[in-house]
Design a protein around this ligand. Structure first.
Ligand SMILES: [Mn+2]
Length: 324
């Protein structure tokens, strides 16, 4: 779904109140894009609230404007601008706001995007939703403040894994440079994104890495985070963020899978791939989605059941792939 930018701009001009919404388990791409776009709307004289589903990750507290998130619910007549999700199911406790809003505008880059929303810009080639938003703000001649630049830089930086994933193109690096010129501090964003872990997170990472299984000559690596491991580390579920990065650093891996026991009947899955395996295809049978290299799912079933189901199909897919 790609509506003309003029149609979207006209829709923005005719409304006075907006709610900018990040997705469940918000990341810097989703929340940074929502905060930057919210600031742009305020430049236009709009009333703006920025919302994120509970729980809002504390690790994003460095994003400018974080303290305003979820402070003002906004009116039910407000237009909803939604960021960085391919399906309305990704908005957790805020999902009813999307269906009741007079107008929903979606900004996204997921390969699995199902075209929800009344209006939207979905660029499946974009490395981040932050790139989509930056493109709009440029086209519309917005004044990009240092706070907006920092939010968009954090969006682009983290959705490229710190400019390391294969979506790190020359154009993405130029966008990073442009945002640095506009006031983003690359060293500060890098510090807070990848070098700023509480001890509980390190302990949890050690437990999860220690429990990792290596299969098919290391082409498949997977592990789990159980409620017991969280208790042992003194950690919250949001601290699982970096574990999939540990798994996917394995030299031999074609597929890395992390299973998270969110509750007795709720299991979350993260998948990363190399080579010809599409991560979003591997999680499709679980109702999940995402990108070619990174995808996830949330399943209403116990941990052991989800592990058994997904690992069976993943083993078959990995076994059919040539070694890297
Ligand atoms: Mn994203």
């Amino acid at each position: 779904m790609n509506d003309s930018l003029e149609v979207i701009r006209a829709a923005i001009q005719t409304h006075s109140e907006f709610v900018c919404v990040a997705h469940q388990d918000a990341d810097a791409d989703s929340l940074g894009s929502a905060l930057a776009f919210g600031e742009y709307l305020e430049q236009l004289g709009k009333r703006v609230s920025v919302l994120a589903p509970d729980p809002l990750p504390r690790s994003l507290a460095y994003l400018p404007g974080y303290s305003r998130v979820n402070q003002e619910p906004g009116s039910l007549d407000a237009v909803v601008a939604a960021f960085d999700a391919g399906s309305p199911s990704r908005f957790g406790n805020l999902r009813p706001r999307l269906s009741s809003a007079p107008l929903t505008i979606l900004f996204d880059h997921h390969a699995s995007n199902d075209g929800f929303g009344d209006l939207g810009v979905v660029d499946r080639q974009a490395a981040a939703t932050g790139i989509v938003v930056l493109g709009l703000l440029r086209r519309w001649g917005a004044e990009i403040t240092p706070a907006m630049a920092t939010n968009l830089y954090a969006a682009v930086f983290t959705d490229t894994g710190g400019f390391r994933h294969d979506n790190t193109t020359a154009a993405v690096l130029r966008a990073g440079a442009e945002l640095a010129d506009l006031g983003a501090d690359p060293a500060f964003v890098a510090l807070r994104s990848y070098k700023w872990r509480p001890a509980t997170t390190l302990r949890l990472q050690a437990l999860a890495a220690g429990a990792a299984r290596y299969e098919l000559e290391g082409r498949l690596i997977w592990t789990e985070v159980t409620q017991g491991m969280l208790a042992e580390a003194g950690a919250e579920m949001e601290e699982t963020e970096g574990i999939i990065d540990l798994l996917q650093s394995l030299d031999t891996m074609l597929c890395a899978v992390l299973f998270k026991q969110d509750g007795p009947q709720v299991t979350k899955v993260s998948v990363r791939t190399r080579g010809g395996l599409g991560a979003h295809q591997l999680v499709a049978a679980l109702g999940g989605g995402g990108h070619f290299r990174a995808a996830g799912a949330e399943v209403r079933a116990p941990l052991a059941e989800v592990e058994a189901t997904l690992l069976e199909s993943v083993r078959a897919a990995v076994a059919a792939e040539a070694a890297p």
